[in-house]
Design a protein around this ligand. Structure first.
Ligand SMILES: O=C(O)CCC(=O)C(=O)O
Ligand SMILES: [Fe+2]
Length: 340
């Protein structure tokens, strides 16, 4: 059977309302709507730490083209796809059961760690060349990078921060982004059994922008521990607050645990995940505006590299930033655990 769970609609954020530039004095109505949307965004980032964004201006034809190119790629014969397997972790092709969750990684995935990856992958899959694939992947990753910064700016505004103070700043001026395409084979999925396609985890990104097709199965866990369906909505993106942003925001915003379950359809499911990360050497340090008596500093200042080294030893992130990185203050005492 398909998973039964609460079917509360996930917050839906209208990017166009947030971005109203010409909020002139006379336009009180617009001002009120824009402010209301910002409030909605703040609530969504606090709980569940997950929302869907519409009217974001991303080229819908490009979305459909990349969806269809990705499907063509995943339907290549296994021996061809395996040419793109890389000895470098989080890079190139990962057949089912070999991804970050080891034997629990159910989808097959293609990892694009940087802007050159599409050329490298294409040269292995299509020695005769595939210019359309390369061009469209470059275009998608550059546009999704721009969109992720656009969203992040509103997320900063929703925290009451002055965006001009943080853009540019060492944290947000230079960021890195990478992409993972996941292809879930539903054909042999059991309708009798509840089946997990991707185990519950949090992303260690700053924020994640996720495209999902119309099959469904993505779920997010609320603070109370209930699982909510992230219903597909054509043309929307799902935005997920990651561990790094939970740390940077001094715990104000929540890195949301999510998973993928069998949604009941026999059609294969595609998702394209873009993770916006701080640079490796960047210290994840909450800004002073977010630290006060009511919100004492929660985390030690660590670099993104430190965080990744921790996950490499301890395994993928399961429930937000590891307690290991919490500061030993009175309110957080006893939470530290050693690196295994
Ligand atoms: O396939 C999905 O919808 C989610 C994938 C995911 O959570 C991930 O790749 O980190
Ligand atoms: Fe994820």
């Amino acid at each position: 059977m398909a998973f039964s769970c609460e079917s509360i609609d996930l917050p839906l954020i209208d990017f166009a309302l947030l971005s109203l530039k010409s909020v002139r004095d006379g336009d009180q109505q617009q001002q009120v709507e824009s402010q209301r949307e910002l409030e909605k965004l703040r609530e969504a980032c606090q709980e569940p730490g997950f929302f869907r964004v519409i009217n974001h201006g991303f080229d819908s034809t490009l979305m459909q083209t990349v969806d269809s190119l990705a499907r063509d790629m995943f339907t290549l014969p296994a021996d061809i796809k395996e040419r793109a397997v890389s000895p470098i972790f989080y890079s190139g092709y990962a057949p089912p059961k070999t991804g970050p969750q080891g034997k629990d990684s159910m989808p097959e995935s293609m990892f694009f760690p940087d802007e050159h990856s599409a050329d490298d992958i294409a040269s292995k899959l299509w020695p005769q060349g595939n210019q359309i694939f390369c061009d469209k992947m470059h275009e998608y990753s550059s546009k999704i990078m721009d969109l992720s910064h656009g969203i992040l700016k509103h997320v900063l505004r929703s925290l009451g921060l002055d965006v001009n103070q943080h853009y540019p700043s060492p944290s947000f001026e230079n960021t890195q982004g990478w992409m993972r395409m996941n292809f879930y084979h539903n054909k042999n999925a059991s309708v009798e059994q509840e089946q997990f396609f991707s185990k519950a985890h949090t992303d260690n990104s700053c924020i994640t922008i996720l495209y999902q097709d119309d099959i469904g199965g993505l779920q997010v866990r609320t603070k109370k521990g209930e699982w909510i369906n992230s219903e597909p909505l054509p043309g929307s993106f799902v935005v997920i607050i990651g561990d790094c942003f939970q740390m940077w925001s001094n715990g104000r915003y929540r890195s949301a645990e999510h998973r993928v379950v069998y949604g009941g359809s026999k059609k294969n499911r595609l998702s394209i995940v873009f993770l916006l990360d701080f640079m490796d050497k960047m210290e994840i340090c909450s800004p002073p505006e977010l630290i006060d008596e009511k919100h004492p500093q929660m985390y030690r200042a660590v670099t993104f590299e430190d965080l990744k080294a921790y996950y490499k030893k301890a395994g993928p992130s399961m429930g937000g930033p590891p307690p290991y990185f919490l500061l030993e203050t009175d309110s957080h005492k006893g939470n530290s655990v050693e690196i295994p």
